[in-house]
Design a protein around this ligand. Structure first.
Ligand code: PMP
Length: 405
């Protein structure tokens, strides 16, 4: 146990130690069955009961109403880039069979690398994509995802098949949330007041770190488990019931046929057990959710995340005034989960990372496409561990400012 490092990785990321200890027991003997969790049938009574408990805790923690179904699948966020397009195009076809294909528009808000990828996939699948906003347009070099578009930058289509955004882009460290009190807010006021808004949110990067504002206004919210909840392999979907449609009926009207395991109807009709689910990942996720409920739910984690993020941003600011660090995103657009910054000066980034490794702090190297440092402070990274990083940042800034003089 003493040899565990502090893991600031962006995903897969840290999980609570007490949960991991519990997992080792379940690997040998799942809930008194005498069979390990990786060995038991997914159709056993014990496992199906467990799965219902996982759903129950997600509903409870996020306050998901019966208007929405919770579905479990595989394939990660990247598979949902395609699945949301196919399911929402099928829905649109059933709602408006008379429309020409080019008039079935998919609106994408592009604020970082993941939403950019999602929009590219929609286009690949033959969708008629409208970029409703692109934050690169307001960056200095017109290339960086370093800001959130202002309200006047949006142009939404009339009656699109979907409106897509990505909350809190991990790679770029840009915060973007449907929270209207935040400066980095999704512009809900610009959308039509429609009870069946086709709003799709990729919440992979901040899922279960805080409540999701306007959750009930969403058609689909999805996230991989591997940030706050468990091992990779499990993808969680929250789908409004009117978006679970008969994709085969839509295909008969000309919609793109939907692969059986990507159809939300398949998942819903079989209680997410059409095929073998990622049993181990579901097990760990279930234990983490229990742990979260016990500690006080999402309000507890939202408070914890705020405190951790504020302290890191303060240390970053201090390092900026010393000319040692430089934030990668504009003030007010910074993410609470993933703080990204540069270490200024030749070779200084390597020095910073090496010094962190010596202190058993890992996973700080920025994404390969963005560089610099990326600090991910998912739920299981404790405040005390965050304080150790901050002490190191302060020490580093102090030392290297002095060298300049
Ligand atoms: N969306 C976001 C916001 C992400 O952060 C990630 C992964 N880090 C993905 C999508 C892709 O997820 P996956 O690797 O599970 O396909």
């Amino acid at each position: 146990m003493e040899s565990r490092a502090i893991n600031f990785g962006a995903g897969p990321s840290a999980l609570p130690t007490s949960v991991l200890q519990e997992v080792t027991k379940g690997l040998l003997n799942f809930n008194g069955t005498g069979i390990g969790i990786a060995e038991i049938s997914h159709r056993s009574k014990e496992f199906t009961t467990y799965l219902q408990g996982v759903e129950h805790n997600i509903r409870k923690l996020l306050d998901v109403q019966p208007t929405h179904s919770i579905l479990f699948t595989q394939g990660g966020g990247s598979t949902q880039f395609s699945a949301v397009v196919l399911n929402m195009l099928a829905r649109h076809r059933l709602l408006h069979p008379e429309l020409k294909d080019e008039d079935r528009v998919l609106d994408y808000v592009v604020t970082g690398s993941w939403s950019k990828k999602a929009a590219e996939e929609a286009r690949r699948m033959g969708g008629s994509v409208n970029i409703a906003a692109d934050s690169r347009k307001s960056s200095k070099d017109k290339k960086a995802f370093d800001n959130i578009p202002t309200a006047d930058a949006y142009s939404f289509s009339k009656d699109p098949a979907l409106i897509y955004y990505c909350a809190n882009e991990t790679v770029d460290g840009v915060e973007f949330s449907p929270d209207e009190t935040s400066p980095a807010s999704f512009p809900f006021h610009l959308l039509p007041k429609d009870a069946l808004l086709p709003l799709v949110g990729d919440h992979s990067s901040s899922f279960m770190s805080r409540p999701i504002p306007h959750l009930s206004d969403h058609a689909i919210i999805y996230a991989g488990a591997q940030k706050n909840l468990g091992p990779a392999g499990l993808t969680i979907l929250i789908v409004r019931n009117d978006c679970i449609v008969d994709v085969d009926a839509a295909a008969r009207l000309g919609a793109i046929p939907v692969p059986i395991c990507l159809s939300y109807k398949t998942l819903a009709d079989h209680n997410s057990l059409y095929n073998t689910p990622p049993v181990l990942s579901i097990y760990v996720t279930g234990l983490v959710l229990e742990h979260m409920v016990q500690l006080g739910g999402l309000d507890y984690y939202a408070g914890l995340t705020n405190r951790k993020a504020k302290k890191i941003y303060d240390a970053l600011k201090d390092g900026e005034t010393k000319g040692v660090f430089k934030s990668k995103v504009k003030e007010g657009s910074g993410s609470q989960m993933n703080v990204v910054f540069d270490v200024l000066g030749e070779g200084m980034l390597g020095k910073f990372i090496a010094g962190a490794e010596e202190r058993a702090m890992k996973g700080l190297k920025g994404h390969r496409s963005v560089g610099g440092v990326r600090v991910s402070i998912y739920n299981a990274v404790t405040e005390q561990e965050t304080d150790q990083l901050i002490a190191y940042m302060e020490q580093f800034a102090e030392r290297h400012e002095a060298h300049k003089e």
